[in-house]
Design a protein around this ligand. Structure first.
Ligand code: APR
Ligand code: ZN
Ligand code: ZN
Length: 356
């Protein structure tokens, strides 16, 4: 039956989120309804509120970095059952398309990116509020207490995992960590540069460290980010504001030939260029880990890819292979969601999590 619950609705571009009572229809065949327990606040949700994505229609329930418990399943669902802990995949994994079958990619063809619309695959919505249909976002909409997803967009995880931490494995952490480990395939002993030290950039730093990089240069215009970057493995911290010359020249001088790997985790044209120009001629690798939107975007720049195996990341976290807790700077009750973006926008948050 339909569930009434709380959700944060963005009614129009440029308006703050508003907490509403919404109705969530039961899952149809091959769909799963999940009770969301915790959801991280990512810059991309803020870009939605700002109206920067031309394909996202309003009103919409954003949120794509969540963790929860399966409440009910539709006909034909076999991979999860009520009570299972799951993480919604904002890049679903059908497991059958050429991208899913290629170990070097996870840009699933059967995703909302290919369909350019923010409804469920059958082009309908499971959300209504005040008699109006509300759109989904990335098929996740984790700013709702109950949300409906295609079966192949949820990953079953360890039943012992703390949902208010592992929700970060839905977006921010794998975007950064996966950029270092899977996309760049950072080699031991190498030199890396990480532009931007938000949740994504700090996760890149962790990935570079885990891969055995011997020098990790962390770059941010906010010096308050440096202590955490050092704690997580940065060897040098550089503030472009301390120099008159361009930052790529500073990095060239620090390294001689440039860095082996550079990562952009900001989403700006200028820093994309600077990160590219900081790499060594010949073998340097430049990876885009941020999402550039609006005026800042480059023609044809693809979205970043995510680490493929979310359940394995959960087991690695449980085995203490990386420290996700270090990324969580703020935890707020769901009622405060309208204010939850403030610490991020003020540069005071690594990651903020809201709990239902
Ligand atoms: N040079 C260096 N650092 C910068 C610059 C700049 N010109 N401009 C901003 N920064 C820093 C900010 O000070 C901040 O610490 O980049 C960091 C960005 O962090 P967040 O805003 O917390 O963003 P995050 O959630 O980590 O996401 C990074 O990835 O998912 C995308 O849309 C998201 O584009 C964003 C990027
Ligand atoms: Zn995100
Ligand atoms: Zn696929």
């Amino acid at each position: 039956s339909t569930e009434g619950c709380r959700a944060a609705v963005a009614w129009a571009a440029g308006k703050p989120l508003s907490v509403e009572e919404v109705e969530v229809a039961p899952p149809k065949a091959q769909e799963v309804r999940v009770k969301i327990v915790a959801s991280g606040i990512c810059r991309t949700d803020d870009h939605v509120l700002g109206g920067y994505f031309p394909n996202i229609e309003f009103p919409v329930i954003p949120g794509h970095e969540g963790a929860g418990i399966v409440e009910s399943v539709g006909e034909g669902v076999t991979s999860v059952k009520p009570g299972d802990k799951v993480i919604p995949l904002c890049l679903p994994q059908c497991g059958e398309c050429c991208f899913c079958l290629n170990p070097d990619s996870n840009y699933c063809i059967k995703s909302h990116f290919s369909e350019s619309q923010n409804l469920m695959p059958d082009k309908t919505s499971r959300f209504t509020c005040k008699g109006k249909q509300i759109h989904h976002f990335l098929w996740t909409s984790t700013f709702a207490e109950y949300t409906v997803m295609p079966e192949y967009a949820v990953a079953k995880i360890d039943a012992a995992a703390p949902l208010d931490k592992v929700c970060l494995l839905g977006c921010g952490f794998p975007t950064g960590y996966g950029a270092a480990i899977n996309t760049a395939k950072v080699k031991p002993g190498s030199t890396c540069a990480v532009f931007g030290l938000g949740g994504v950039g700090l996760s890149v730093v962790m990935g570079c460290k885990a891969a055995g990089a011997s020098r990790i240069i962390a770059i941010d215009i906010n010096k308050d980010k440096f202590a955490k970057a050092k704690e997580l493995g940065a060897t040098d911290c550089v503030n472009p504001k301390d120099f008159t010359k361009p930052i790529h020249e500073v990095l060239m001088e620090m390294t001689g030939l440039g860095v082996d790997y550079s990562f952009e985790a900001i989403g700006h044209k200028d820093t994309l260029k600077a990160a590219f120009e900081s790499t060594t001629v010949g073998w340097g690798t430049f990876v885009i880990a941020g999402v550039a939107v609006g005026e800042q975007s480059l023609p044809g720049s693809p979205p970043p890819s995510l680490e493929k195996s979310v359940p394995k990341l959960v087991s690695d976290y449980m085995a203490k292979k990386f420290d996700l807790d270090a990324l969580v700077s703020h935890t707020l009750p769901f009622e405060k969601i309208s204010d939850a973006f403030d610490p991020t926008i003020a540069g005071k948050s690594n990651r903020t999590i809201v709990v239902f």
